[in-house]
Design a protein around this ligand. Structure first.
Ligand SMILES: [Zn+2]
Ligand SMILES: [Zn+2]
Length: 126
């Protein structure tokens, strides 16, 4: 007898492909609404364990993705002192600075600036 196809935490009827409901605790079988195929509730045992330990595995993966896409400017609170630096965009003479050490020693460091007036970001390689 064919058993249901498992895709993620979902089970599909092996006969007609319909998404099967989760079994109720008192019922030994899940009956397909479309074709009447009876799927033993034991088919759900592995899935149930997975579902319990990772209740929102799929949604959190989506959140992760969104976080990566909107990462730009999320570190704005780490900007350092106000220094005399001319903004290339609006010509304002004060900007916040932030130095980032590069991995290679002979490349020196990269200094990032953020205009105190228009918030424009730019960087200067030393
Ligand atoms: Zn079916
Ligand atoms: Zn500016």
């Amino acid at each position: 007898m064919a058993t249901a196809q498992k895709i993620g935490s979902l089970l599909f009827c092996p006969t007609c492909g319909t998404l099967l409901d989760l079994p109720k605790d008192s019922e030994p079988n899940v009956v397909c609404e479309q074709c009447g195929h009876e799927e033993p509730a034991t088919s759900y045992e592995n899935i149930r364990i997975t579902t319990r330990s990772h209740p929102d595995a799929f949604p959190s993966a989506l959140r992760q993705k969104r976080k990566t896409q909107t990462k730009t400017h999320s570190d704005s609170d780490t900007w350092g002192d106000l220094v005399s630096e001319k903004c290339p965009k609006c010509g304002h003479l004060e900007a916040y600075s932030k130095a980032i050490q590069t991995r290679s020693a002979d490349e020196g460091s990269t200094v990032f600036y953020r205009c105190a007036s228009c918030m424009h970001d730019w960087k200067v390689n030393n």
